[in-house]
Design a protein around this ligand. Structure first.
Ligand SMILES: Nc1nc2c(ncn2[C@@H]2O[C@H](COP(=O)(O)OP(=O)(O)OP(=O)(O)O)[C@@H](O)[C@H]2O)c(=O)[nH]1
Length: 597
Protein backbone atom coordinates (compact mmCIF):
# COMPACT_ATOMS: atom_id res chain seq x y z
CA UNK A 1 0.00 0.00 0.00
CA UNK A 2 1.08 3.47 -0.67
CA UNK A 3 1.18 6.83 1.03
CA UNK A 4 0.94 8.68 -2.22
CA UNK A 5 -0.40 6.36 -4.84
CA UNK A 6 -4.05 5.80 -5.07
CA UNK A 7 -4.20 2.08 -5.35
CA UNK A 8 -6.73 0.78 -7.81
CA UNK A 9 -10.08 1.84 -6.40
CA UNK A 10 -10.66 -0.07 -3.22
CA UNK A 11 -13.82 -1.01 -1.54
CA UNK A 12 -12.78 0.89 1.52
CA UNK A 13 -12.56 4.12 -0.51
CA UNK A 14 -16.26 3.81 -0.88
CA UNK A 15 -16.70 2.99 2.75
CA UNK A 16 -14.55 5.94 3.60
CA UNK A 17 -16.73 8.25 1.57
CA UNK A 18 -19.76 6.98 3.39
CA UNK A 19 -18.21 7.66 6.74
CA UNK A 20 -16.21 10.67 5.80
CA UNK A 21 -18.45 12.92 7.83
CA UNK A 22 -18.21 10.92 10.99
CA UNK A 23 -16.35 13.61 12.79
CA UNK A 24 -18.28 16.58 11.48
CA UNK A 25 -19.92 17.33 14.78
CA UNK A 26 -17.03 16.57 17.03
CA UNK A 27 -15.45 19.30 19.05
CA UNK A 28 -11.63 19.61 19.00
CA UNK A 29 -10.41 17.01 21.51
CA UNK A 30 -7.89 17.97 24.11
CA UNK A 31 -4.77 15.84 24.59
CA UNK A 32 -6.24 14.40 27.80
CA UNK A 33 -9.48 13.50 26.04
CA UNK A 34 -7.56 11.79 23.25
CA UNK A 35 -5.56 9.81 25.79
CA UNK A 36 -8.71 8.74 27.61
CA UNK A 37 -10.49 7.75 24.43
CA UNK A 38 -7.53 5.77 23.17
CA UNK A 39 -7.17 4.00 26.49
CA UNK A 40 -10.83 3.03 26.32
CA UNK A 41 -10.44 1.78 22.74
CA UNK A 42 -7.41 -0.24 23.75
CA UNK A 43 -9.32 -1.77 26.61
CA UNK A 44 -12.23 -2.68 24.35
CA UNK A 45 -9.94 -4.12 21.73
CA UNK A 46 -8.04 -6.29 24.22
CA UNK A 47 -11.35 -7.60 25.47
CA UNK A 48 -12.42 -8.46 21.93
CA UNK A 49 -9.12 -10.16 21.12
CA UNK A 50 -9.33 -12.18 24.24
CA UNK A 51 -12.80 -13.19 23.36
CA UNK A 52 -11.93 -14.09 19.74
CA UNK A 53 -8.73 -16.10 19.94
CA UNK A 54 -6.89 -15.29 23.03
CA UNK A 55 -4.24 -12.62 23.50
CA UNK A 56 -1.45 -12.34 20.92
CA UNK A 57 1.00 -9.74 19.82
CA UNK A 58 -0.62 -6.84 18.07
CA UNK A 59 1.43 -6.95 14.89
CA UNK A 60 0.68 -10.55 14.33
CA UNK A 61 -2.98 -9.89 14.73
CA UNK A 62 -2.92 -7.33 11.93
CA UNK A 63 -1.08 -9.68 9.62
CA UNK A 64 -3.40 -12.53 10.37
CA UNK A 65 -6.43 -10.38 9.97
CA UNK A 66 -5.17 -9.28 6.67
CA UNK A 67 -4.23 -12.64 5.32
CA UNK A 68 -6.74 -15.01 6.74
CA UNK A 69 -9.73 -12.98 7.64
CA UNK A 70 -10.23 -10.56 4.79
CA UNK A 71 -13.86 -10.13 5.56
CA UNK A 72 -13.43 -9.02 9.09
CA UNK A 73 -15.30 -5.76 9.47
CA UNK A 74 -15.23 -2.95 11.98
CA UNK A 75 -17.63 -0.17 12.66
CA UNK A 76 -16.22 1.50 9.52
CA UNK A 77 -16.26 -1.62 7.31
CA UNK A 78 -13.13 -3.66 6.45
CA UNK A 79 -10.07 -2.96 8.54
CA UNK A 80 -8.03 -0.26 6.89
CA UNK A 81 -4.31 -0.85 7.05
CA UNK A 82 -1.83 1.99 7.37
CA UNK A 83 0.52 2.32 4.42
CA UNK A 84 3.64 0.20 4.75
CA UNK A 85 6.42 2.06 6.46
CA UNK A 86 3.96 4.54 7.93
CA UNK A 87 3.95 3.20 11.50
CA UNK A 88 7.68 3.76 12.04
CA UNK A 89 8.01 6.83 9.88
CA UNK A 90 8.55 9.83 12.20
CA UNK A 91 5.48 12.08 12.42
CA UNK A 92 6.74 15.54 11.70
CA UNK A 93 10.14 17.11 11.26
CA UNK A 94 11.62 20.47 12.15
CA UNK A 95 9.97 23.46 10.46
CA UNK A 96 11.54 24.90 7.32
CA UNK A 97 10.79 28.54 7.98
CA UNK A 98 7.02 28.20 8.22
CA UNK A 99 6.72 24.81 6.59
CA UNK A 100 6.48 21.71 8.76
CA UNK A 101 7.25 18.46 6.90
CA UNK A 102 4.96 15.72 8.05
CA UNK A 103 3.79 12.26 7.15
CA UNK A 104 0.18 11.94 6.12
CA UNK A 105 -2.21 11.79 9.07
CA UNK A 106 -4.61 8.84 9.15
CA UNK A 107 -8.13 9.35 10.37
CA UNK A 108 -10.01 7.22 12.87
CA UNK A 109 -11.05 4.67 10.30
CA UNK A 110 -7.51 3.29 10.63
CA UNK A 111 -7.68 3.01 14.41
CA UNK A 112 -8.35 -0.71 14.35
CA UNK A 113 -4.98 -1.37 12.80
CA UNK A 114 -2.85 1.38 14.29
CA UNK A 115 -1.75 0.83 17.90
CA UNK A 116 -2.84 3.69 20.09
CA UNK A 117 0.65 5.00 20.74
CA UNK A 118 1.35 5.15 17.03
CA UNK A 119 -1.73 7.08 15.97
CA UNK A 120 -1.27 10.28 14.06
CA UNK A 121 -4.50 11.93 13.08
CA UNK A 122 -5.10 15.50 11.92
CA UNK A 123 -6.20 16.36 15.46
CA UNK A 124 -2.93 15.08 16.82
CA UNK A 125 -1.05 17.05 14.19
CA UNK A 126 -2.87 20.19 15.29
CA UNK A 127 -2.27 19.50 18.98
CA UNK A 128 1.37 18.67 18.49
CA UNK A 129 2.01 21.82 16.50
CA UNK A 130 -0.02 23.92 18.91
CA UNK A 131 2.12 22.67 21.78
CA UNK A 132 5.13 23.83 19.82
CA UNK A 133 3.48 27.24 19.52
CA UNK A 134 2.44 26.84 15.89
CA UNK A 135 -0.99 27.19 14.29
CA UNK A 136 -1.53 25.44 10.98
CA UNK A 137 -2.89 27.75 8.30
CA UNK A 138 -2.40 25.61 5.21
CA UNK A 139 -2.04 21.90 4.60
CA UNK A 140 -0.41 20.79 1.34
CA UNK A 141 -1.24 17.16 0.79
CA UNK A 142 1.12 15.42 -1.63
CA UNK A 143 -0.52 11.99 -1.49
CA UNK A 144 -2.27 10.67 -4.54
CA UNK A 145 -5.33 9.39 -2.73
CA UNK A 146 -8.19 10.71 -0.65
CA UNK A 147 -8.50 7.60 1.45
CA UNK A 148 -6.38 8.64 4.43
CA UNK A 149 -8.63 11.39 5.75
CA UNK A 150 -11.26 13.83 4.59
CA UNK A 151 -10.09 17.36 3.71
CA UNK A 152 -13.05 18.64 5.72
CA UNK A 153 -11.06 17.69 8.82
CA UNK A 154 -8.96 20.73 7.94
CA UNK A 155 -11.34 23.03 6.12
CA UNK A 156 -14.11 22.98 8.71
CA UNK A 157 -11.70 24.40 11.26
CA UNK A 158 -10.67 27.13 8.84
CA UNK A 159 -7.40 25.55 7.69
CA UNK A 160 -6.81 25.80 3.95
CA UNK A 161 -6.22 22.44 2.26
CA UNK A 162 -4.41 22.09 -1.05
CA UNK A 163 -4.00 18.78 -2.81
CA UNK A 164 -1.02 18.31 -5.11
CA UNK A 165 -1.49 14.68 -6.06
CA UNK A 166 1.94 13.15 -6.63
CA UNK A 167 1.73 9.79 -8.27
CA UNK A 168 4.58 8.04 -6.48
CA UNK A 169 5.26 4.43 -7.37
CA UNK A 170 7.47 4.29 -10.45
CA UNK A 171 6.35 7.68 -11.70
CA UNK A 172 7.93 10.92 -10.63
CA UNK A 173 5.66 13.92 -10.02
CA UNK A 174 4.56 15.63 -13.23
CA UNK A 175 5.79 19.08 -14.23
CA UNK A 176 2.66 20.79 -13.06
CA UNK A 177 3.10 19.42 -9.55
CA UNK A 178 6.78 20.19 -9.50
CA UNK A 179 5.86 23.69 -10.61
CA UNK A 180 4.39 24.33 -7.19
CA UNK A 181 7.47 22.98 -5.49
CA UNK A 182 10.56 25.08 -5.02
CA UNK A 183 13.95 24.26 -6.33
CA UNK A 184 15.81 25.38 -3.24
CA UNK A 185 13.69 23.02 -1.15
CA UNK A 186 16.12 20.16 -1.83
CA UNK A 187 18.95 21.39 0.33
CA UNK A 188 16.81 22.95 2.94
CA UNK A 189 14.70 19.84 3.21
CA UNK A 190 17.76 17.65 3.74
CA UNK A 191 18.97 19.91 6.53
CA UNK A 192 15.72 20.07 8.42
CA UNK A 193 14.38 16.60 7.72
CA UNK A 194 17.42 14.34 7.55
CA UNK A 195 18.41 12.58 5.44
CA UNK A 196 16.41 14.45 2.79
CA UNK A 197 15.22 13.00 -0.50
CA UNK A 198 17.02 9.69 -0.91
CA UNK A 199 15.60 8.60 -4.29
CA UNK A 200 17.97 9.53 -7.06
CA UNK A 201 15.38 9.43 -9.83
CA UNK A 202 13.30 12.03 -7.99
CA UNK A 203 16.28 14.32 -7.75
CA UNK A 204 17.24 13.68 -11.39
CA UNK A 205 13.75 14.60 -12.52
CA UNK A 206 13.80 17.76 -10.43
CA UNK A 207 17.07 18.84 -11.96
CA UNK A 208 15.99 18.05 -15.48
CA UNK A 209 12.79 20.00 -14.89
CA UNK A 210 15.02 23.00 -14.29
CA UNK A 211 17.28 22.00 -17.20
CA UNK A 212 20.24 21.72 -14.87
CA UNK A 213 22.12 18.47 -14.95
CA UNK A 214 24.79 18.06 -12.29
CA UNK A 215 27.65 15.71 -13.13
CA UNK A 216 27.09 13.50 -10.12
CA UNK A 217 23.94 13.46 -8.12
CA UNK A 218 24.76 12.45 -4.56
CA UNK A 219 21.84 10.95 -2.72
CA UNK A 220 21.70 10.34 1.00
CA UNK A 221 21.51 6.67 1.97
CA UNK A 222 18.12 5.09 2.48
CA UNK A 223 17.11 5.76 6.11
CA UNK A 224 16.84 2.90 8.53
CA UNK A 225 13.10 3.22 9.07
CA UNK A 226 12.62 2.48 5.39
CA UNK A 227 13.69 -1.14 5.83
CA UNK A 228 14.25 -3.23 2.71
CA UNK A 229 11.35 -5.47 3.69
CA UNK A 230 9.05 -2.49 3.64
CA UNK A 231 7.25 -1.48 0.54
CA UNK A 232 7.52 1.88 -1.10
CA UNK A 233 6.13 4.71 0.98
CA UNK A 234 4.98 6.25 -2.23
CA UNK A 235 4.29 3.08 -4.11
CA UNK A 236 1.57 0.54 -4.25
CA UNK A 237 1.86 -2.83 -2.58
CA UNK A 238 4.79 -3.93 -4.64
CA UNK A 239 8.48 -4.37 -3.98
CA UNK A 240 10.54 -1.20 -4.38
CA UNK A 241 13.05 -1.59 -7.15
CA UNK A 242 14.29 1.96 -7.24
CA UNK A 243 15.81 2.19 -3.82
CA UNK A 244 19.26 1.36 -5.08
CA UNK A 245 19.77 5.03 -5.98
CA UNK A 246 19.83 3.91 -9.58
CA UNK A 247 21.08 6.42 -12.09
CA UNK A 248 18.07 6.93 -14.28
CA UNK A 249 19.03 9.33 -17.05
CA UNK A 250 17.32 12.70 -16.93
CA UNK A 251 14.61 12.96 -19.50
CA UNK A 252 15.61 15.61 -22.01
CA UNK A 253 13.15 17.74 -23.83
CA UNK A 254 11.93 15.74 -26.79
CA UNK A 255 10.52 18.78 -28.56
CA UNK A 256 12.91 18.18 -31.47
CA UNK A 257 11.38 14.80 -32.21
CA UNK A 258 7.86 16.19 -32.59
CA UNK A 259 6.14 18.19 -35.27
CA UNK A 260 5.82 21.60 -33.70
CA UNK A 261 3.12 24.09 -34.62
CA UNK A 262 1.89 27.51 -33.60
CA UNK A 263 -1.15 25.90 -32.00
CA UNK A 264 0.81 23.82 -29.49
CA UNK A 265 -0.05 24.51 -25.88
CA UNK A 266 3.24 25.40 -24.28
CA UNK A 267 4.32 25.04 -20.68
CA UNK A 268 2.54 23.84 -17.57
CA UNK A 269 -0.66 25.14 -16.05
CA UNK A 270 -0.27 27.11 -12.83
CA UNK A 271 -2.64 27.11 -9.84
CA UNK A 272 -5.40 29.75 -9.97
CA UNK A 273 -4.12 31.51 -6.87
CA UNK A 274 -0.69 31.85 -8.42
CA UNK A 275 -2.20 33.13 -11.68
CA UNK A 276 -4.21 35.76 -9.80
CA UNK A 277 -1.10 36.83 -8.00
CA UNK A 278 0.94 37.02 -11.21
CA UNK A 279 -1.85 38.98 -12.91
CA UNK A 280 -1.66 41.56 -10.15
CA UNK A 281 2.11 41.74 -10.63
CA UNK A 282 1.58 42.44 -14.35
CA UNK A 283 -0.88 45.20 -13.51
CA UNK A 284 1.65 46.79 -11.21
CA UNK A 285 4.45 46.53 -13.76
CA UNK A 286 2.20 48.04 -16.44
CA UNK A 287 1.19 50.81 -14.02
CA UNK A 288 -2.45 49.80 -14.32
CA UNK A 289 -4.90 50.06 -11.48
CA UNK A 290 -6.82 46.80 -11.25
CA UNK A 291 -10.56 47.26 -11.20
CA UNK A 292 -13.30 44.63 -11.15
CA UNK A 293 -13.77 42.58 -14.29
CA UNK A 294 -10.91 44.18 -16.20
CA UNK A 295 -8.53 42.26 -13.93
CA UNK A 296 -9.11 39.21 -16.05
CA UNK A 297 -8.58 41.03 -19.36
CA UNK A 298 -5.33 40.75 -21.25
CA UNK A 299 -3.61 44.11 -20.73
CA UNK A 300 -1.15 43.85 -23.63
CA UNK A 301 -0.90 46.60 -26.24
CA UNK A 302 -2.96 46.00 -29.36
CA UNK A 303 -2.50 47.71 -32.73
CA UNK A 304 -5.27 49.15 -34.90
CA UNK A 305 -5.54 48.68 -38.67
CA UNK A 306 -3.99 51.26 -40.91
CA UNK A 307 -6.64 53.28 -42.75
CA UNK A 308 -6.78 56.53 -44.68
CA UNK A 309 -7.43 58.48 -41.47
CA UNK A 310 -4.72 57.18 -39.18
CA UNK A 311 -2.26 57.06 -42.07
CA UNK A 312 -1.83 60.76 -41.27
CA UNK A 313 -0.25 59.94 -37.90
CA UNK A 314 2.82 58.73 -39.79
CA UNK A 315 3.38 62.35 -40.80
CA UNK A 316 3.03 63.69 -37.27
CA UNK A 317 5.08 61.17 -35.26
CA UNK A 318 8.31 59.37 -36.02
CA UNK A 319 7.71 55.73 -36.94
CA UNK A 320 9.74 52.55 -37.43
CA UNK A 321 8.54 49.44 -39.23
CA UNK A 322 8.83 45.70 -38.79
CA UNK A 323 7.26 42.67 -40.36
CA UNK A 324 4.12 41.37 -38.70
CA UNK A 325 5.13 37.91 -37.53
CA UNK A 326 2.18 35.52 -37.80
CA UNK A 327 2.55 33.18 -34.86
CA UNK A 328 1.07 33.34 -31.37
CA UNK A 329 1.26 36.44 -29.24
CA UNK A 330 2.49 36.07 -25.66
CA UNK A 331 3.65 38.47 -23.04
CA UNK A 332 6.32 36.84 -20.93
CA UNK A 333 6.74 37.43 -17.22
CA UNK A 334 10.20 36.39 -16.14
CA UNK A 335 10.61 35.57 -12.47
CA UNK A 336 13.28 33.86 -10.43
CA UNK A 337 10.94 30.93 -9.93
CA UNK A 338 10.13 30.44 -13.57
CA UNK A 339 9.05 32.14 -16.66
CA UNK A 340 5.38 32.53 -17.55
CA UNK A 341 3.87 32.75 -21.01
CA UNK A 342 0.77 34.94 -20.91
CA UNK A 343 -1.71 34.38 -23.73
CA UNK A 344 -4.42 36.65 -25.12
CA UNK A 345 -6.88 35.24 -22.58
CA UNK A 346 -4.55 36.47 -19.86
CA UNK A 347 -3.84 32.88 -18.87
CA UNK A 348 -0.41 31.95 -17.57
CA UNK A 349 1.60 28.81 -18.20
CA UNK A 350 5.02 28.14 -16.80
CA UNK A 351 8.02 27.31 -18.96
CA UNK A 352 11.52 26.60 -17.73
CA UNK A 353 13.82 29.29 -19.12
CA UNK A 354 16.93 31.01 -17.84
CA UNK A 355 17.33 34.78 -17.82
CA UNK A 356 20.54 35.89 -16.11
CA UNK A 357 20.97 39.56 -15.24
CA UNK A 358 23.54 41.68 -17.08
CA UNK A 359 25.82 41.46 -14.07
CA UNK A 360 26.02 37.67 -13.61
CA UNK A 361 26.88 38.08 -9.93
CA UNK A 362 23.46 39.57 -9.32
CA UNK A 363 21.60 36.43 -10.30
CA UNK A 364 18.46 36.27 -12.41
CA UNK A 365 15.71 38.52 -13.65
CA UNK A 366 12.78 38.85 -11.32
CA UNK A 367 9.59 40.46 -12.58
CA UNK A 368 10.79 41.43 -16.00
CA UNK A 369 7.90 41.71 -18.44
CA UNK A 370 8.32 41.53 -22.20
CA UNK A 371 6.04 41.26 -25.19
CA UNK A 372 6.48 39.24 -28.35
CA UNK A 373 5.36 36.67 -30.86
CA UNK A 374 6.09 32.92 -30.69
CA UNK A 375 6.79 31.60 -34.16
CA UNK A 376 7.95 28.33 -35.68
CA UNK A 377 10.86 28.78 -38.10
CA UNK A 378 11.60 26.24 -40.80
CA UNK A 379 15.38 26.29 -40.76
CA UNK A 380 17.18 24.63 -43.68
CA UNK A 381 18.97 21.44 -42.50
CA UNK A 382 17.78 21.94 -38.93
CA UNK A 383 14.04 21.55 -39.30
CA UNK A 384 11.45 23.29 -37.18
CA UNK A 385 12.62 25.68 -34.47
CA UNK A 386 10.38 27.45 -32.06
CA UNK A 387 11.44 31.03 -31.40
CA UNK A 388 10.13 33.86 -29.31
CA UNK A 389 10.57 37.19 -31.06
CA UNK A 390 10.60 39.84 -28.35
CA UNK A 391 9.42 43.18 -29.66
CA UNK A 392 8.84 45.16 -26.48
CA UNK A 393 9.90 45.40 -22.86
CA UNK A 394 7.50 46.80 -20.30
CA UNK A 395 9.32 46.15 -17.03
CA UNK A 396 12.83 45.33 -16.00
CA UNK A 397 13.63 43.51 -12.78
CA UNK A 398 10.56 44.87 -10.95
CA UNK A 399 10.80 48.40 -12.41
CA UNK A 400 8.15 49.53 -14.83
CA UNK A 401 9.50 50.90 -18.11
CA UNK A 402 6.18 51.64 -19.80
CA UNK A 403 6.81 55.40 -19.86
CA UNK A 404 10.12 55.11 -21.68
CA UNK A 405 10.06 55.74 -25.44
CA UNK A 406 9.90 52.58 -27.55
CA UNK A 407 13.45 53.11 -28.86
CA UNK A 408 14.84 52.78 -25.31
CA UNK A 409 12.67 49.84 -24.37
CA UNK A 410 13.72 48.08 -27.55
CA UNK A 411 17.39 48.68 -26.72
CA UNK A 412 16.87 47.26 -23.23
CA UNK A 413 15.68 43.97 -24.75
CA UNK A 414 19.08 43.52 -26.31
CA UNK A 415 21.23 44.88 -23.47
CA UNK A 416 19.41 43.26 -20.56
CA UNK A 417 17.87 40.08 -21.92
CA UNK A 418 19.45 38.80 -25.11
CA UNK A 419 23.13 39.59 -24.51
CA UNK A 420 23.27 38.32 -20.90
CA UNK A 421 21.66 35.05 -22.03
CA UNK A 422 24.09 34.80 -24.91
CA UNK A 423 27.04 35.43 -22.62
CA UNK A 424 25.82 32.91 -20.05
CA UNK A 425 25.32 30.26 -22.71
CA UNK A 426 28.84 30.92 -24.02
CA UNK A 427 30.20 30.33 -20.52
CA UNK A 428 28.52 26.94 -20.31
CA UNK A 429 29.60 26.01 -23.83
CA UNK A 430 33.22 26.90 -23.11
CA UNK A 431 33.21 25.02 -19.80
CA UNK A 432 33.95 28.23 -17.87
CA UNK A 433 31.01 27.42 -15.61
CA UNK A 434 31.06 24.34 -13.45
CA UNK A 435 28.41 21.89 -12.47
CA UNK A 436 25.45 21.88 -12.56
CA UNK A 437 25.53 22.74 -16.20
CA UNK A 438 22.45 24.51 -17.48
CA UNK A 439 21.11 23.04 -20.71
CA UNK A 440 19.85 25.92 -22.86
CA UNK A 441 19.12 23.35 -25.54
CA UNK A 442 16.43 21.83 -23.32
CA UNK A 443 14.41 25.03 -23.35
CA UNK A 444 11.17 24.92 -25.32
CA UNK A 445 12.19 27.84 -27.53
CA UNK A 446 14.98 30.29 -28.15
CA UNK A 447 14.61 34.02 -27.64
CA UNK A 448 15.51 36.75 -30.12
CA UNK A 449 14.89 40.43 -30.38
CA UNK A 450 12.71 41.43 -33.29
CA UNK A 451 14.28 43.88 -35.73
CA UNK A 452 12.80 47.27 -36.55
CA UNK A 453 13.84 49.61 -39.37
CA UNK A 454 13.22 53.16 -40.46
CA UNK A 455 10.17 53.63 -42.66
CA UNK A 456 12.42 54.07 -45.70
CA UNK A 457 13.11 50.32 -45.48
CA UNK A 458 9.44 49.32 -45.91
CA UNK A 459 9.84 48.60 -49.61
CA UNK A 460 12.77 46.27 -48.87
CA UNK A 461 10.93 44.63 -45.98
CA UNK A 462 7.98 43.83 -48.23
CA UNK A 463 9.87 42.83 -51.36
CA UNK A 464 13.01 41.19 -50.03
CA UNK A 465 12.88 40.48 -46.30
CA UNK A 466 9.42 38.92 -45.86
CA UNK A 467 9.70 36.54 -48.85
CA UNK A 468 12.92 35.13 -47.34
CA UNK A 469 11.54 34.69 -43.80
CA UNK A 470 11.44 31.17 -42.34
CA UNK A 471 8.03 31.78 -40.78
CA UNK A 472 4.75 33.31 -41.86
CA UNK A 473 4.19 37.04 -41.95
CA UNK A 474 0.82 38.64 -42.63
CA UNK A 475 1.92 42.25 -43.08
CA UNK A 476 3.65 45.09 -41.29
CA UNK A 477 3.65 46.74 -37.89
CA UNK A 478 4.30 50.46 -37.76
CA UNK A 479 5.65 51.39 -34.36
CA UNK A 480 5.94 54.93 -32.97
CA UNK A 481 9.64 55.27 -32.13
CA UNK A 482 9.04 57.62 -29.21
CA UNK A 483 5.78 56.07 -27.98
CA UNK A 484 5.29 54.81 -24.43
CA UNK A 485 3.87 51.31 -23.98
CA UNK A 486 0.10 51.76 -24.20
CA UNK A 487 -1.95 48.96 -22.69
CA UNK A 488 -4.88 47.43 -24.58
CA UNK A 489 -5.91 49.24 -27.79
CA UNK A 490 -3.18 51.62 -28.88
CA UNK A 491 -4.48 53.96 -31.58
CA UNK A 492 -0.94 54.94 -32.50
CA UNK A 493 0.31 51.37 -33.05
CA UNK A 494 -0.55 50.48 -36.61
CA UNK A 495 -0.83 47.17 -38.41
CA UNK A 496 -1.00 46.80 -42.14
CA UNK A 497 -2.04 43.42 -43.53
CA UNK A 498 -1.77 41.95 -47.00
CA UNK A 499 -5.25 42.34 -48.53
CA UNK A 500 -5.81 38.57 -48.70
CA UNK A 501 -4.92 38.27 -45.00
CA UNK A 502 -7.19 41.07 -43.91
CA UNK A 503 -10.25 39.42 -42.48
CA UNK A 504 -12.65 39.48 -39.58
CA UNK A 505 -13.95 36.35 -37.87
CA UNK A 506 -17.67 36.22 -37.08
CA UNK A 507 -19.79 33.66 -35.32
CA UNK A 508 -22.80 32.77 -37.47
CA UNK A 509 -25.98 31.36 -35.88
CA UNK A 510 -29.47 30.53 -37.11
CA UNK A 511 -32.22 31.18 -34.57
CA UNK A 512 -35.95 30.44 -34.57
CA UNK A 513 -37.87 31.16 -37.78
CA UNK A 514 -34.56 30.89 -39.65
CA UNK A 515 -33.38 34.25 -38.36
CA UNK A 516 -29.69 34.88 -38.89
CA UNK A 517 -27.43 36.24 -36.19
CA UNK A 518 -23.89 37.42 -36.51
CA UNK A 519 -21.66 37.84 -33.49
CA UNK A 520 -18.26 39.37 -33.08
CA UNK A 521 -15.98 38.28 -30.24
CA UNK A 522 -14.79 41.30 -28.35
CA UNK A 523 -12.29 40.56 -25.59
CA UNK A 524 -13.63 37.05 -25.30
CA UNK A 525 -17.31 38.16 -25.10
CA UNK A 526 -19.96 37.52 -27.75
CA UNK A 527 -21.31 40.76 -29.17
CA UNK A 528 -24.37 40.70 -31.47
CA UNK A 529 -23.90 42.70 -34.67
CA UNK A 530 -27.43 44.03 -34.74
CA UNK A 531 -28.96 44.15 -38.19
CA UNK A 532 -25.84 42.79 -39.93
CA UNK A 533 -26.29 40.07 -42.55
CA UNK A 534 -23.93 37.80 -44.42
CA UNK A 535 -24.52 36.78 -48.02
CA UNK A 536 -23.54 33.18 -48.75
CA UNK A 537 -23.41 31.49 -52.16
CA UNK A 538 -26.76 29.87 -53.05
CA UNK A 539 -25.52 26.29 -52.76
CA UNK A 540 -24.50 26.71 -49.08
CA UNK A 541 -26.77 24.93 -46.59
CA UNK A 542 -27.10 27.54 -43.84
CA UNK A 543 -28.06 25.08 -41.11
CA UNK A 544 -24.75 23.27 -41.67
CA UNK A 545 -22.74 26.39 -40.83
CA UNK A 546 -24.86 27.59 -37.93
CA UNK A 547 -22.68 27.87 -34.80
CA UNK A 548 -19.52 28.15 -36.88
CA UNK A 549 -16.98 30.89 -37.29
CA UNK A 550 -17.14 32.52 -40.69
CA UNK A 551 -14.55 34.83 -42.11
CA UNK A 552 -15.07 37.95 -44.13
CA UNK A 553 -12.18 39.53 -45.93
CA UNK A 554 -11.83 43.25 -45.80
CA UNK A 555 -11.09 44.91 -49.08
CA UNK A 556 -11.34 48.55 -48.10
CA UNK A 557 -7.85 48.85 -46.69
CA UNK A 558 -4.73 50.69 -47.85
CA UNK A 559 -3.14 48.87 -50.79
CA UNK A 560 0.57 48.09 -50.89
CA UNK A 561 1.12 50.65 -53.66
CA UNK A 562 -0.72 53.33 -51.74
CA UNK A 563 1.32 52.57 -48.62
CA UNK A 564 4.64 52.75 -50.48
CA UNK A 565 3.64 55.99 -52.22
CA UNK A 566 2.69 57.54 -48.91
CA UNK A 567 5.93 56.45 -47.25
CA UNK A 568 7.97 57.86 -50.13
CA UNK A 569 6.35 61.25 -49.53
CA UNK A 570 6.70 61.01 -45.77
CA UNK A 571 10.42 60.32 -45.95
CA UNK A 572 10.95 63.73 -47.45
CA UNK A 573 9.25 65.51 -44.56
CA UNK A 574 11.74 67.46 -42.38
CA UNK A 575 11.01 65.32 -39.29
CA UNK A 576 12.05 62.13 -41.10
CA UNK A 577 14.81 63.73 -43.18
CA UNK A 578 16.46 65.21 -40.05
CA UNK A 579 16.30 61.98 -38.09
CA UNK A 580 17.51 60.03 -41.09
CA UNK A 581 20.50 62.34 -41.38
CA UNK A 582 21.26 61.98 -37.67
CA UNK A 583 21.06 58.18 -37.84
CA UNK A 584 23.36 58.27 -40.86
CA UNK A 585 25.89 60.48 -39.04
CA UNK A 586 25.87 58.21 -36.00
CA UNK A 587 26.43 55.14 -38.09
CA UNK A 588 29.34 56.81 -39.97
CA UNK A 589 30.94 57.79 -36.65
CA UNK A 590 30.52 54.25 -35.38
CA UNK A 591 32.18 52.76 -38.48
CA UNK A 592 35.05 55.24 -38.27
CA UNK A 593 35.62 54.31 -34.65
CA UNK A 594 35.64 50.61 -35.55
CA UNK A 595 38.18 51.24 -38.32
CA UNK A 596 40.48 53.16 -35.91
CA UNK A 597 40.42 50.14 -33.57
N1 LIG B 1 2.99 45.11 -31.62
C1 LIG B 1 3.44 44.16 -32.43
N2 LIG B 1 2.62 43.10 -32.75
C2 LIG B 1 3.12 42.12 -33.56
C3 LIG B 1 4.43 42.19 -34.08
N3 LIG B 1 4.61 41.08 -34.86
C4 LIG B 1 3.50 40.37 -34.81
N4 LIG B 1 2.58 40.98 -34.03
C5 LIG B 1 1.26 40.41 -33.75
O1 LIG B 1 0.23 41.19 -34.32
C6 LIG B 1 -0.89 41.13 -33.47
C7 LIG B 1 -1.87 42.21 -33.79
O2 LIG B 1 -2.42 41.96 -35.03
P1 LIG B 1 -3.92 41.45 -35.18
O3 LIG B 1 -4.18 41.28 -36.64
O4 LIG B 1 -4.82 42.37 -34.44
O5 LIG B 1 -3.89 40.11 -34.41
P2 LIG B 1 -3.69 38.70 -35.04
O6 LIG B 1 -3.55 37.74 -33.90
O7 LIG B 1 -2.59 38.73 -36.03
O8 LIG B 1 -5.09 38.59 -35.74
P3 LIG B 1 -5.74 37.38 -36.48
O9 LIG B 1 -4.70 36.94 -37.50
O10 LIG B 1 -6.95 38.00 -37.07
O11 LIG B 1 -6.00 36.36 -35.42
C8 LIG B 1 -0.25 41.26 -32.12
O12 LIG B 1 -1.11 40.83 -31.10
C9 LIG B 1 0.95 40.37 -32.25
O13 LIG B 1 0.54 39.05 -31.97
C10 LIG B 1 5.24 43.31 -33.73
O14 LIG B 1 6.40 43.44 -34.12
N5 LIG B 1 4.71 44.24 -32.90
Amino acid sequence: MDLNASPSPEEDDQLYEEHADFSQNEHAESAVEIMRREREERRRKLKREHHDDGARPYRQQIRNDNNMNQNKTTRYGRIKEPPQGWLDCPGSGEPIDRIVPSKVPLDETFNESVPAGKRYSSKQVVNKQRKAGRDIGLVIDLTNTTRYYSPTEWTRQGTKHVKIACKGRDAVPDNESVNTFVYEALNMFAQRRPPGIYKSDYIQALYSFYHEIPENIVCPPTPEWKRPSDLDLNGEAKEDDDDGNGDAAPSPNHEDDKVITNDDVLGDAVPYDQQDFLRSICFRLLELVPSGRTNAQFPGSHPVSLNSENLQILRQRYYYATWKADGTRYMMLITRDGCFLIDRNFCFRRVQMRFPLRNPNEGFHHYTLIDGEMIVDTVPDLGLKRRYLAYDLMALHSHSKVKLPFSERWKLIDDEIIRPRYHDKGQFDSGAKGSPSYRYDMELFSVRRKDFWQLSAVNKILKEFIPKLCHESDGLILQGWDDPYVTRTHEGLLKWKYPEMNSVDFLFEIGSENRQFIFLYERGRKKLMDGARVAFPDEVDLSSISGKIVMRSITDNITEDKLLEEIYEIMNLPMYADRKAKVHQRSMAHHAQQRRR
